[in-house]
Design a protein around this ligand. Sequence first.
Ligand code: BGC
Length: 991
Amino acid sequence: MNTNQKPLLTWNTLNRGCFAGRGGRFGAAWASVWLAGALASSPASAEPAAAGPALVTEQLRCEYLVNPPGIDARQPRLSWVVTSGQRGQRQTGYQVLVASDNDRLGQDQGDLWDTGKVTGGQTTGIVYGGKALASRQRCYWKVKVWDKDGKASAWSEAAMWGMGLLRPGDWKAEYISFRDTTPVHRFAQPLFLPPARQYRKEFAAAKAVRHATIYATALGIYELHLNGQRVGEAYFAPGWSDYHQRAYYNTYDVTALVKPGANALGAWVADGWYSGYIGFGLLTGIGTEAIGRYTYGKTPALMAQLEVEYADGSRQTVVTDPSWKVTGAGPIQEADFLMGESYDARQETPGWSKPGFDDAKWQAAIRAEDNGAVKAKFYEYRNPASGAPKIEGRAVDLGFKRPPTLEAYPGVPVRAIQEIKPIAITSPADGVYIFNLGQNFAGVARLKVTGPAGTRVRLRYGEMLHPDGRLMTENLRKARATDFYILRGDLNGETYQPRFTFHGFQYVELTGYPGKPDLETITGVALQSDTPLTSGFECSDPMVNRLFKNIVWTQRANFIDLPTDCPQRDERFGWTGDAQIYVGTATYNADVAAFYSKWLRELMESQRPSGAFPGYAPFPFQHGWDFGTAWCDAGVICPWTIWRAYGDTRIIERCWEPMTRFIAWRKSESKGCLGVAHGNEWGDWLAVNEKTPIDYIDTAYFAYSTRLMAEMAQAIGKTKAAADYRELFDKIKAAFNQKYVKPDGSLTVDTQTAYALALYMDLLPDNLRAPAGARLAKKISDNDTRMSTGFLGTRPLLPVLSATGQNDLAVRLLQSRKYPSWGYEVEQGATTIWERWNSYTKDKGFGGEQNASMNSFAHYSFGAVCEWMFSQLAGIQTDGPGYQRIIIRPMPPSPGSNPDHKPIDWVRAHYDSIHGRIASAWKVEGGQFDLEVTIPANTIATVFVPARTAASITESEKPLAQVEGVKLLRAEGGRAVLAVESGSYRFAAEP
Ligand code: BGC
């Protein structure tokens, strides 16, 4: 891991999407958050415009991925970023060439697609319109652009994408398994933790290899090896989907690994989400046999197809079939997400994925279906017809079923993105050593150990310590979160890192260690879906800077194949409420376009028969009702947010039909255009001493989702639907006003959350917005300037305060250290965002008000304030979808407006948008307001500068009138509104 590497934030170098043979760069991207240099080198401090090359094209991507080896979009979308050293540069045309081989491309022949010169500035979402693409096709492409003066750029560097296996008939491989003779486990205790299996197959490559590609998938999770080397670096492939409906496969370019002569393919396969323990199934007694494992089937299976293309054009295919060998007697004796891994190094099988290994003792693999039918009972709640929910069991067959659809994995792989060294070791009891990694995160530990064969070392993981120094594991509930390593006795030392589990932790407890460990014994390895960092934030309040880091770390810890609620306890579900609250922040902090494109498939597919979206997606089993107000709305809010951030209209089209069914369901449930109290009563989850009724929240969300539908309908040209949704929104708004709004702007539901939602969701007439904002501010100040909001109310709270003339209060809440607040948590020692503001307190420990079992220390929901930190405090916003047009409207608090802390007086932030880096850095000093802004080439911005008069504004010490690229539009609310072309600017004004 290159944690010390200079932060490289360009997309080209990040090289996302290729599974095979790419190392380390992602770590650098995320690590940059910690490297002081990252912000110091932010372009906000860039020089004023200088003459430079006109336009340069970089960051070529296909379906958001850099050089993806196997996609299945038949009309993939291409994008690039143009950069320039000149102000006001823009693209006026482009030409894309797509060739079937690199040589042709080198000769400027686009035999698959040559767009010719296309007039316009589009750089994202360019839909491939060339020759029909076939399975396995490799497409090499480059782009040239024309600048504002009609001058052509040089050709970009070449990029590529590969097509996967598009037709079911392309798969010659069969799903294979081991002969599974274990009975269905039916007990909560003891746990049933089968080994990870190893599969292998030798083959001969007859000649020199031109190209070799592996397509692979599993029911379970797998790791491929070829000739002794790991293929790619992804963890937990092929990700979580509802395997009964659909599974993903991954594509790997293994050209460099296949050798003429003898070769061997190997694969590890573990239970994963398919058949391991997941979620709270064991805790709540639901799922298969009421123990929360075997959710989709009993026996994991593997399917892989290696296709070799020789230099002479001939082909060879190696597929999984019963000629493969398999063993469960290897070193990984237990492998479970929640429970952990158990590794017996004495059972290692050196050379198992190399040719010549003696596999005589291994069994023959079998066709997965040959394990036959397996009868079991599956328990889950059902929606109550009346009264309390009931658990019901139904007969299921856990035998192999081929997923009806196989799709190319559309997301980004989970990778090791950073290594973390411990900062201290303590020993609360003899032989018990606790390593403090100084940071709560998700991933695994790497153990280094030397000692006698057979020594068993136990690693337990926890987020916190008890006051007496013991590891705190109560909040893990049924997640055993324990790994075991049994030494083989190598005098040169042994290293172990689990493959098929992850934990949420800051502390690692070691017992059974031979001798005395030191700081080198344990290394933390942070795992995360490879969503490169796109944000930087720093300001004058160090607490807020720590908060920003905590938010980023919590995002990292919960973006592991899907956006989860928490990474440590027996949950780790794609909770939809949490996801919709946080998705806006997620899009600022990281490039999550591909990541969400993947999860939105799960979300759409998990839609309930009623039309509601569920509480979590995937939806392996039902607990309580199958939906909850505001959780169900994620099915509209998340696609809308991804469209806004990336200008992605295809995501709208993909989600359109389920989204319309959702609104139809909402309509059918509503009474007189008002929402109702129905479903799970999560409501404003974890609100502090103030309850907002569900029917109120439901009305607000009904209106909000409908409004977002109108916007999305418009964006994809469905004008009739847009008008219908607008009309419906107006009706809901009218009903809302009639029921809840008083003439003075106060609400009949008088809670902070009620005001925050009404204002955020545009439910009040314009003339009542400021009075409602004032009433909200009064409620907060009457509450000792404390929030009472929960998950739903906290997210819109600061945005609506800033929008209704209460910005000073918004910033004051951000800087507060009083319970409940972000600062309170930071002062209690948080390094991540906690589920509850007081999950731990210095004076009461865990013995405060909290129930230890519902007390995660890495829950991103309250971190959603980060969206406001970027959009309001730093003032970076998109103006319309996709940051083609930008708004920079910083909202500094008034000096002296906070009696408790010095109001924030400078902010430096940047966001790497899909059009390039946007930066905003402001400072209030000595009666002057300085604003440094960077606007990417080929975009334009409206910049709001707080200024007494427009005449007082300078840019790089020059009066505005003399400045290239800037036009004064108007004065508005104490601000000069400027139209600004791309480039870097230094404004100064008297506010
Ligand atoms: C999860 C939450 C989730 C909630 C529903 C919890 O167990 O951790 O984040 O949204 O259930 O109320």
